[in-house]
Design a protein around this ligand. Structure first.
Ligand code: ZN
Length: 94
């Protein structure tokens, strides 16, 4: 897949050591496993680095979408079980 949205100047920035560290720490932060120091590092870095800010936004949205989807899947599943148990109770009474 070709990525045309990323100018070459951004790629150069990506290779910087702090950005590499950022992407690693970001995963920890998004998993809610980061300590204060790591959260501070992420917040400071996205203030100064547009590329990493975009990565942060994309990753954050992605994680939120996934967890929302999981919630949506769980609800009908519980409902299905409830309906099934109601039906079997009803059928047992017949
Ligand atoms: Zn960066």
């Amino acid at each position: 897949m070709q990525d045309n949205t990323q100018p070459t100047s951004m790629s150069a920035k990506y290779s910087c050591q702090e950005c590499k560290t950022f992407l690693e720490v970001l995963q920890v932060v998004l998993d809610n496993e980061a300590n204060e120091e790591q959260i501070e590092f992420v917040n400071e870095h996205i203030d100064n680095c547009g590329y990493c800010f975009e990565c942060y936004e994309v990753d954050k949205t992605l994680k939120q979408t996934i967890s929302q989807k999981i919630e949506k899947i769980n609800t009908p599943k519980d409902l299905t079980l409830l309906i099934q148990s109601k039906i079997s109770t009803y059928l047992a009474q017949e």
